[in-house]
Design a protein. Structure first.
Length: 142
């Protein structure tokens, strides 16, 4: 049990899920990684997992990162946090996940563009404020 070199991972040391997510730069700290796992925002092979779950190469991990839902396949193991280029080699995002994420980003852009056109400009804000004051003044006179 204490011999980590016999982990069955083709010479790789076993890596905890929370450490792997941190090393792959999905979360800024291991604590945040653990909280995401405990909060059910991370699924390992389609099921909720504990932070101590051992990650294996080829495993499918689903996680929520901000507003994005990602699905990645583990390509390599590491318990050491490196630069972003190195972290990107630890996983590969699935094509379906990439398409879904890009579609959501486009939808957010469209919503943001339509929201800006609805907001009143400076002149319209002044007219609205004048109307509000008029309505409040006439309501107080009764």
């Amino acid at each position: 049990m204490g011999n980590k070199s016999n982990s069955g991972q083709a010479g790789h040391e076993p890596v905890r899920l929370d450490k792997w997510l941190w090393a792959a730069r999905f979360y800024r700290t291991r604590t945040i990684s653990q909280e995401a796992i405990d909060g059910g925002k991370v699924r390992y092979e389609g099921e909720r997992a504990k932070a101590s779950k051992t990650v294996q190469v080829g495993a499918r991990i689903e996680l929520r990162q901000g507003y994005d839902d990602l699905e990645v396949v583990v390509k390599a193991l590491s318990e050491h946090r490196g630069n972003a280029t190195l972290a990107r080699t630890l996983y590969e995002e699935t094509e379906a996940s990439r398409r879904k994420r890009e579609a959501m980003a486009e939808q957010k852009r469209i919503e943001a563009a339509s929201f800006d056109s609805v907001r009143p400009d400076k002149r319209q804000r002044r007219l609205l404020e004048k109307l509000r004051r008029t309505l409040i003044d006439t309501g107080n006179d009764h």
